[in-house]
Write a new protein. Structure first.
Length: 396
């Protein structure tokens, strides 16, 4: 039998990271954990090192590194500990690594994910913000390096599964009319509009169907997550924004659909558990057990669909406009959203002010061409400063 594939899990202490380690541990002959990374949850990272015995671990700073190394050496482990963005990029592009799970949340994942892409790895993309920020550059690097990019976002993984194998020839060439991107509608799908200004971070993070990190949970509640996913789908499948239609489907059983010119519509269904897309992308084109229980259609019983309401979810409109504007606009949208979501989680702003901030920052920062990574990072920085200035002007 061939040697086990060496896997680097960026963001191992998070929701996607832990689900990935769960799937990997089910297939020890097939996969070995080569590197894991954390940021604030050091005790969890240490426990993961003891279980998975990686060659490398990456932490945020030198003090954490000393602390972690002390614990690992005391347990007889030879794991090497690296630090910061440089350490993340080093493990992501390490010559011994075959597969990289990109599961750091937000813009912090951009450079390490790009390092994996540039090194030509099989890249499992959960960190949608990286692709949203740097779309054209990111896809250029994928094509230049020969990296195999596989989507982990459940919707994009579903779309990938419903596309013909040669979809890269172009959607028209393969007879695809539209991509139907499903959305649960989050916890506030039916909350009275006037109550949205007073919802709490706890309510926003209580997603009805999925258990996720806090940032993506708030994004799901505002439907910015679907907006980011719209942009993500455009890049992954080379689709114009007008070809991607958002469909609210509260049960989260259909994970997305592809509509063909002959009237066929293909969908991928399954229980809402991220281990399914993770296992799919790890093993593709083969299939492996993910630990997810089989879908019981009789207990699901019904599937509902409705059009999204942009008055309730202005972030969806803002994201579509940014997708259409192109250039730096998606990076600006993403950066303003990251600042606004963090401020909402810290109770500095109301839930409804997230969209207000993003709208204002997008209006101030005209979309500019982004020809290099520095231009992306500069747009990200300017947008963060503009969002911070808004916050200072509105401190309660
Ligand atoms: P979590 O918040 O649960 O995990 C985030 C991970 O990133 C943690 O390992 C965290 O470390 C690490 N991290 C945070 N900030 C930094 C930083 N500045 N530098 C380095 N590492 C950092 O998020 P999720 O797992 O839910 O989401 C991860 C990504 O996957 C996001 O981009 C999200 O949009 C995407 N995704 C998630 C889905 C889900 O079901 N959860 C579904 C589809 C996409 P620590 O915890 O130690 O601080
Ligand atoms: Mg998703």
């Amino acid at each position: 039998m061939s040697r086990p594939q060496q896997v680097c899990v960026l963001g191992a202490t998070g929701s996607i990271g832990l689900s990935t380690l769960d799937v990997l541990a089910r297939h020890p002959q097939r996969y070995q954990v080569f590197a894991i990374t954390g940021y604030s949850r050091l005790a969890e990272l240490e426990a993961l090192c003891l279980t998975h015995r990686p060659q490398f671990a990456v932490v945020a700073n030198d003090e954490q590194a000393r602390h972690l190394l002390g614990g690992l050496q005391a347990a007889g482990l030879k794991t090497r500990v690296l630090v910061g963005e440089q350490g993340l990029c080093e493990v992501a592009g390490h010559p011994d690594v075959d597969v990289v799970m990109a599961a750091i949340v937000g813009a912090a994942g951009l450079k390490p994910t790009l390092a994996a892409v540039q090194a030509g790895k099989r890249v499992l993309l959960a960190n949608k913000e990286a692709l949203v920020m740097s779309g054209a550059l990111f896809m250029h690097e994928v094509h230049a390096s020969g990296a195999v990019l596989l989507p982990i976002d459940s919707e994009h993984n579903a779309i990938f599964q419903c596309m013909p194998g040669d979809y890269a020839r172009g959607l028209d060439q393969v007879g695809v009319r539209r991509i139907l991107l499903t959305a649960s509608g989050g916890p506030f799908r039916e909350t009275p509009l006037e109550a949205l200004a007073n919802v709490t971070p706890e309510q926003a993070c209580a997603h009805p169907n999925w258990s996720m990190g806090r940032k993506i949970s708030v994004d799901s509640a505002s439907m910015m997550n679907k907006g980011l996913e719209l942009i993500e789908a455009c890049w992954l499948f080379d689709a114009a924004p007008s070809r991607v239609e958002v469909v609210i489907h509260p049960q989260s059983v259909i994970h997305s659909l592809v509509d063909y010119v002959d009237g066929s519509v293909l969908a991928q269904l399954g229980n809402p558990d991220m281990r399914t897309p993770i296992a799919h992308a790890l093993a593709w084109p083969e299939r492996i057990d993910s630990g997810v229980s089989p879908l019981d259609l009789f207990s699901v019983a019904r599937l509902d669909f409705q059009a999204p309401d942009e008055q309730r979810f202005p972030c969806l409109r803002l994201a579509r406009e940014a997708a259409e504007a192109g250039g730096s606009a998606p990076a600006v949208l993403n950066a303003a959203n990251e600042v606004a979501v963090a401020a909402f989680l810290e109770r500095r702003i109301r839930f409804t002010e997230i969209a207000v901030i993003i709208d204002e920052v997008l209006n101030r920062e005209a979309a500019a061409p982004v020809e290099c990574l520095d231009a992306v990072l500069a747009a990200d920085k300017r947008a963060r400063e503009a969002a911070q200035a808004w916050l200072r002007g509105h401190d309660r």
